[in-house]
Each structure stands twice: as C-alpha cells, then as structure tokens.
Design a protein around this ligand. Sequence first.
Ligand code: NI
Length: 249
Amino acid sequence: MRLQHATWQEVEAYLQHATGIILPIGSTEQHGPNGLVGTDAICPEAIAWELGEREGVLVGPTLSLGMAQHHLAFPGSISLRPSTLIALVRDTVVSLGRHGFTHVFFLNGHGGNIATLSAAYAEVYAEQSMGYASPLASLNLTTHNWFAGPRVRELAQALYGNAEGSHATASEVSLSWYACPQAVKQVAMSPTVAPVGSAQCHAEAFRRRFPDGRMGSNPALASVEHGRRFLEAGVDDAWEAYQAFIGQA
Ligand code: NI
C-alpha cells in the first residue's frame, strides 16, 4: 500500500495491525552517459512499490534528494547539505512517530546518503535517550541499501564481474530502465570501463577524476531484462531485511 494513495482512515486502520513503514530514499544526480539523473530514487522506489504490493507493507513518499555534493559539477545534479538531510529525515520520522509508527525502514539507493542517514538516526536516538521528545519514544530506524543486498550482489557479480563498478553501475542502470523503459539510452562508452578512485572530494575534483561521471563501471552492459531480475532480487533482499528489522526488540 502506498501512503500517497491511501486515505487517513486507511492509514489509521493499517496502524491497528502494523507499525512499520518503508521510505524509499535516493538522490538526484548524474549517472554517466546512459544513466538517468533520477536513478538513485527510481531504483529503491521500484523495489519498495513492488514489495509494498506483494507483502502489504505501507510505503511512504520517496525522498528524492540526497547528499550528492560531489556530483554538482555535472548539470542536473541537486544536493542537500548533510545538515539539511539530517533535518529532513528527523522531521519525517518524528511526524510518523507521532501517529504510532515504530519502525522506519529507509530503502536507500545512494551510497552518499549512508553516513548522513546514520548521523540523523543518532540525532533522533539522542533525543529519545535524553527523554524530552515523547513522540520519538519507540522509534527504530534503519537503512537498507538495495544495491548491497546479497541476492543483488550475487546477480551483479554474475552478469558484470568487475565492470559493475561503484557509480553509474550496470545494475542500477538496468533497474532504472526496467522501471522507466521509455528512457532507455544506448551510448558508446569510452573507456569501456571507467576509472576507479575515491568520491570523498569536492565536485570539481570528482569531475577531473571521473570525466563522464562513471566510477569503475561499464553501464553499456545494462538491459531492461537485467533490470527485471534486479527488481526480483532487490525485493527479496529488502523483504528479508525488513522482517529482521521489524522483529528486533
Ligand atoms: Ni546511483
């Protein structure tokens, strides 16, 4: 069930039997010559919607902006500062906690969000521990990175080996194309496999290191059919992680 397609009465009824919710979170940033700027939001959203449909879990609105400052030398990229993302996450989960949600499962599509999400959870937990924020009393927060799930990793390794890379990967391009087949783009890659290196730098340095935006990948290997398989693997990985999270004390 999608929160944005539900009425408040339906949400109230859901809360009678379940207090967990999935929030897809991504980024709006360049993804190389054939990858969509929306890739990091489109992928976790597709997995969350499929999982929500299959298992009856409530899926909240996709948070489509993330921490992507290193991509800002490429047109179309939009970034939140870490402090802004922390505030966004905090206000979102406090709102949900007020209604009785106890477990918020961030289904993440962007590696650059991971550290900031952890910092945001620490802020919320600090408020709980210091005892002055009653709506937060029983909130549990976690991140599941769809691209790091065991089934997804195994499939990416089998299909692409080392050409999977770490940004503008063939797996995420495939999944975004499966979700948005009208946006498939066939582009020749030069070099075939992009350079590798660190993304912990400012935007100009990132563009010098990674001139077409890819990191270690060859997304020319991507296909819509692969995307269908990544969706299935991603849904199974996320469901396993969600159940383990909900079962935690
Ligand atoms: Ni990405």
